[in-house]
Ligand binder design. Structure first.
Ligand code: ADP
Ligand code: MG
Length: 548
């Protein structure tokens, strides 16, 4: 659960006696009792109670110095941050109750340094002591005023009001992680560098404050130490954040106004504190599925610190003067609710791929060395010429061995095993190529004996050409013969006279009827075969037909 502490501020004037008492029995949980003076208690209409008791982890009375506060509250949180957990310390209380004094410190004396400078000092001291890990530290300082975020570590020193500072906005990734856009992270390698950043931020915070915006009472300031660590040679990086939060004044306005009804329901002047309370209530109630973190920037930023992956501590600052009793009671009530919240802090580890490669390379080298020790031979990347020859001999004899039980023994050396496979593959491929050659050789040798396909074609072609020549000759002879026969036929026709013309017409249907002149011409110019119709050369008709 979130740890709650109370710190009572020394009074400006001497406290009236008997306003509060602290019960710090060793065996019991410490409790703070606020006792209402007669005159105040009488004012409560419905509530005649004269005292209120609140339990805290520890209560620090007026005389508790800054050192005590740091040792008891901040040091354990800083310790877990150094281990890789997220941590948050926030101060809650009305204006003037000592929040800034507790978180940042007083400016007058060195001993008034608050939690931030002391924590920085402690963290850097621890980092120097611990040589087993490599650490990187970054600082950011955010002010939230009126739902707007401002980067207090703007190095330009130009800010004369908050609006001059870079505006920080919230981005939410698909995994619902909150990212702050425009909030710069400044690396700090020494305590001095980190303190300078705190000083820069506080200066900007003061410059930006005007009586108009009452920034110090109305705004929240979140100083964050981002710590990443890794062991040398490890690929795992741990990230941890420590938020040191100075909240806005928690004072409320009584709904019913003044006049004795001091402890009646009241509302916050600062809206985001109202939302903070909503979140706290939601978190402290069991079985609440929706937590309204998104209602304000502050609850979004502190999301992990409230009901998330964080070790969270709250300091309720109290100014137990008579006029502040109602606010003090409100603060204590708020703390009681906060105490119900359970957080679950986990180590924020992630693997850096670059570091992973380095680590694996180292591991390979170590394994090689180990192997060399066992086999008593230094292993290099490649096999030697002699080893390769030896292997090839082994393969050859293995392949030639007709014994089906024979084995190829190369020992437990993956390089040799791989080489054997490669060599076998090469042999197999060579064999394939060689095999193909054999086939073509056979063919060509066969062609020498039996004629291959190409010369065979050539031969046939020649034969066919000869046949064709012969046929041409035959045809020429036939044509000449025909020409002679035609001449004879024409003469015969001429001699036959008109009587035979009728006969010719009925006997030769291929000639179109009609103009006898035309028919004559066509007959004369057409193929010689036409002549057979009326020629007497019946024995040649088959030959002529073939020619056509
Ligand atoms: P807040 O930030 O809550 O408004 P501050 O931290 O500014 O209050 O405190 C108001 C004043 O009281 C400051 O002047 C501060 O120095 C003083 N003060 C607060 N707490 C203590 C303390 N424990 N011891 C001495 N002075 C204190
Ligand atoms: Mg303050």
């Amino acid at each position: 659960t979130i740890q709650i502490f109370a710190r009572v501020k020394p009074p400006v004037r001497k406290h009236q006696q008997g306003i509060y008492s602290i019960d710090e029995d060793e065996k019991l949980i410490p409790s703070l009792e606020i006792i209402l003076p007669r005159d105040l208690a009488d004012g409560f209409v419905n509530n005649k109670r004269e005292s209120y008791k609140f339990k805290f982890q520890r209560i620090f009375d007026q005389d508790a110095n800054q050192e005590t506060i740091f040792e008891n509250i901040a040091k354990p949180v800083a310790g877990s941050v150094l281990e890789g957990y997220n941590g948050t310390i926030f101060a809650y209380g009305q204006t003037g109750s000592g929040k800034t004094f507790t978180i940042t410190g007083g400016a007058e004396r060195y001993s008034d340094r608050g939690i931030i400078p002391r924590t920085l000092s402690y963290i850097f001291e621890q980092l120097q002591k611990d040589s087993s890990k490599m650490y990187t530290t970054h600082i950011s300082y955010l002010e939230i005023y009126n739902e707007c975020g401002y980067d207090l570590l703007d190095p330009r020193h130009e800010a004369s009001s908050l609006e001059d500072l870079p505006k920080v906005t919230i981005l939410e990734d698909p995994d619902q992680n909150i990212h702050l856009k425009n909030l710069t992270l400044h690396q700090a390698t020494t305590e001095e560098e980190a303190l300078n950043l705190l000083f820069l931020g506080d200066t900007n915070r003061m410059i930006a404050e005007t009586p108009m915006n009452q920034a110090s009472t109305r705004s929240h300031c979140i100083f964050t130490i981002h710590l990443s660590s890794k062991e040398p040679g490890s690929a795992t990086v741990r990230h941890a954040k420590l938020h040191l939060v100075d909240l806005a004044g928690s004072e409320r306005v009584a709904k019913t106004g003044v006049g004795g009804h001091l402890l009646t329901e009241a509302k916050y002047i600062n809206l985001s504190l109202h939302y903070l309370e909503q979140v706290i209530i939601a978190l402290s109630e069991k079985h609440r599925s929706h937590i309204p973190y998104r209602n304000s920037m502050m609850t979004s930023v502190l999301r992990d610190s409230l009901g998330g992956n964080c070790m969270t501590t709250m300091i309720a600052t109290l100014s137990l003067e008579k006029r502040n009793l109602d606010e003090s009671i409100s603060t204590c009530r708020f703390a009681q609710r906060v105490a119900l919240i359970k957080n679950e802090a986990v180590l924020n580890e992630e693997i850096d791929p670059r570091l992973m490669i380095k680590r694996l390379q180292k591991e390979i080298q170590e394994l090689k060395d180990e192997l060399a020790m066992v086999t008593e031979e230094q292993r290099t990347e490649a096999l030697t010429e002699a080893e390769l020859l030896q292997l090839e001999k082994l393969i050859t004899s293995f392949l030639e061995d007709q014994d089906p039980e024979s084995r190829l023994e190369v020992g437990a050396d993956m390089r040799k095993v791989h080489h054997c496979f490669h060599h076998l593959k090469k042999l197999l491929n060579d064999k394939k190529i060689f095999g193909n050659n054999t086939v073509s050789n056979t063919v060509s040798s066969e062609s020498k004996d039996q004629d291959c396909q190409e010369p065979l074609k050539e031969e046939e072609y020649r034969k066919l050409r000869d046949i064709l020549k012969q046929r041409d000759n035959e045809i020429n002879i036939l044509v000449n013969m025909l020409k002679k026969e035609k001449k004879k036929a024409q003469e015969a026709l001429h001699l036959a006279g008109m009587d035979r013309r009728e006969f010719r017409h009925s006997q030769s249907p291929p000639f179109p009827p009609g103009n006898p002149e035309e028919g004559q011409r066509m007959r004369l110019s057409s193929a010689p075969s036409q002549a057979q119709d009326f020629s007497i050369l019946g024995n040649r008709s088959s030959l002529l037909h073939k020619k056509t």
